[in-house]
Design a protein around this ligand. Sequence first.
Ligand SMILES: Nc1nc2c(ncn2[C@@H]2O[C@H](COP(=O)(O)OP(=O)(O)OP(=O)(O)O)[C@@H](O)[C@H]2O)c(=O)[nH]1
Ligand SMILES: [Mg+2]
Length: 228
Amino acid sequence: MKEYEIYSNLKVPLCSKTILRLDGRNFHTLSKNLKLLKPYDELFFKKIVSVCEEIFNEFSPIFIYAFSDEISILFDKLPYSSRIEKLDSIFPSFASSSLTINLNHDYNLDNIKPIAFDSRVITVTDNEISKYFKWRQDESWRNCVNSYGIHTLKDKYSSKKSNVIIKGLKIQDIHELLFDNGINLNDLPIWQKRGIAIYKNNLEKTIIDFKIPKFNNEFFKNINIIDV
Ligand SMILES: Nc1nc2c(ncn2[C@@H]2O[C@H](COP(=O)(O)OP(=O)(O)OP(=O)(O)O)[C@@H](O)[C@H]2O)c(=O)[nH]1
Ligand SMILES: [Mg+2]
């Protein structure tokens, strides 16, 4: 019957570096059920960071980047002989279990649905690495501005209307709206604006970086992820 497992030999090509991106399933509902602080809940995000640390320690990727409910994991060398079925099943299930165990210390999980992450495989060349992470970091920034914007609008409008209004505003308009309401985006914690990263420094010490810069080639060169 083994020949019926027709996808089991599907592998990521050897010639590229690989990113696995995990994203929490339906975390909007989870955040409601756990009564997370809006727009950012530091305790919850620290649980996501713990998940990243456990992945880093267990599977030795070279770099992890996370914001909100998504985690991008960069590998130099893939585990499980690069088999896609293994990667796309073990990593999201490991993350789901890890998050559940971590949340259980501080939250009541009695009435929540089982936590799940989805997973996708992204192949990149060395010179696309910083482009990929910059793309995700730009999303983190957009997410930050929008989340604070909606949070502010909800003081005056319904949730639905706030979402409609925010979609019609340019980023500069949202900056001004926030500024008028006493929120200066410059003063927000860096992890809320740019996310966090885990990597090894030159002394092979694991760094959990809550103060990452804006990603560019230089950053990835300095931490020995790329050569040029
Ligand atoms: N209140 C609160 N919510 C958060 C926080 N971090 C993540 N979330 C929630 O997680 C969601 C993540 O966005 P998405 O991944 O687009 O939404 P999702 O509900 O997970 O939907 P799918 O990924 O498509 O399953 C956000 O919309 C928030 O509702 C937080 O710190 N506080
Ligand atoms: Mg999600």
